[in-house]
Design a protein around this ligand. Structure first.
Ligand code: PBG
Ligand code: ZN
Length: 315
């Protein structure tokens, strides 16, 4: 086996490569921020004020990032997530400004309610439970408002049953039949989202998300979740988190011909950052190894907080 591993021959036989067009950079915009606020649980990441939208868009372009995924923290929260679908909402404004500054930057909108609800859950509550069908109406409104603001792709992340079908219909009716849906189709109720709670100010007042997100124990169900979204009209599927779920990523890749995205989530990012900062691992090498593994497992797209630095490195 060592014959083809000689240094000058190696590049010819590299089976998997990280390509910067496949990386998606998540970004946070905070209505109440006046300057970039460092996210303590995610060293190197910030919550940006709206006034930075143009600047950040240009920075991304400059770095070679092809696509971003936007999250918003509204001025105020309420039980109905009204900040999530208002025409001048934080994400809608951020989309408009980024697209105006860099028209060919692909701007993806995370479509969920949890950053906008006072209770922190991903939709409308009935008692202490998420009301699936009432939440579908909310999520349709959010999706249409984001598409109207100029989002290139709509990415529903709330794990409501029927969300892709409902959003597809709402987008088509509103004249956005050309706007693709990247569904968070297989999303686990993972503790790796911990650092994201500070980033998006989306901790919940009570309970957890285990009644709508998937159990990490379930492999067959993971495929069914993605299959259903494909049937409902998803254009891109997703497995989230990525690194602990490479088997699921491979299963979904093999079960569908749709493009599959993988989300390397906040906890995956912060663990690598923390170990790197302590000198316990070689941070840059572990970053590339983690992305390579995700790609090898079958991801066509990788959503990662490392997107900007890796794109710069790949230049
Ligand atoms: C909101 C949402 C979450 C993440 C992305 N969209 C949190 C959650 O579902 O609890 C997690 C992202 C990360 O941890 O990096 N629905
Ligand atoms: Zn949510």
């Amino acid at each position: 086996m060592r014959r083809l591993r000689q240094n000058n021959l190696q590049p010819m036989f590299k089976e998997t490569r990280i390509v910067k067009d496949e990386l998606i950079m998540p970004l946070f915009f905070d209505y109440n921020a006046t300057s970039p606020v460092p996210i303590k649980s995610m060293p190197g990441q910030f919550r940006y004020p709206l006034s930075y939208a143009e600047k950040v868009a240009k920075e991304m372009k400059e770095a070679g990032v092809h696509s971003v995924l936007l999250f918003g923290i509204p001025k105020t929260k309420d039980p109905d997530a009204s900040g999530a679908f208002s025409e001048d909402g934080i994400v809608q404004e951020a989309i408009r400004r980024m697209k105006a500054a860099v028209p060919d930057l692909v701007v993806i909108a995370d479509t969920c309610a949890c950053e906008y609800t006072s209770h922190g859950h991903c939709g409308i509550l009935c008692g202490t439970e998420l009301d699936n069908d009432a939440s579908l109406i909310l999520i349709e409104k959010i999706a249409v408002s984001q598409a109207a603001a100029g989002a290139d792709i709509i990415a529903p992340s709330c794990m409501l049953d029927g969300q892709v079908g409902a959003i597809r219909e709402a987008l088509d009716e509103a004249g956005f039949s050309n706007t693709p849906i990247m569904s968070y189709s297989t999303k686990f109720a993972s503790s790796l989202y911990g650092p994201f709670r500070e980033a998006a100010d989306s901790g919940f007042q009570f309970g957890d998300r285990t009644t709508y997100q998937m159990s990490p124990a379930n492999r067959r169900e993971a495929i069914r979740e993605s299959y259903l979204d494909e049937m409902e009209g998803a254009d891109i599927l997703m497995v989230k988190p990525a690194g602990f779920y490479l088997d699921i990523l491979r299963d979904v890749r093999d079960a569908s011909d749709l493009p599959v995205a993988a989300y390397q989530v906040s906890g995956e990012y912060s663990m690598i950052k923390a170990a790197g900062a302590n000198g316990w691992i070689n941070e840059n090498k572990v970053i590339m190894e983690s992305l390579l593994s995700i790609k090898r497992a079958g991801a066509d797209l990788i959503i990662t907080y490392f997107a900007k630095e890796v794109a710069e490195h790949l230049k």
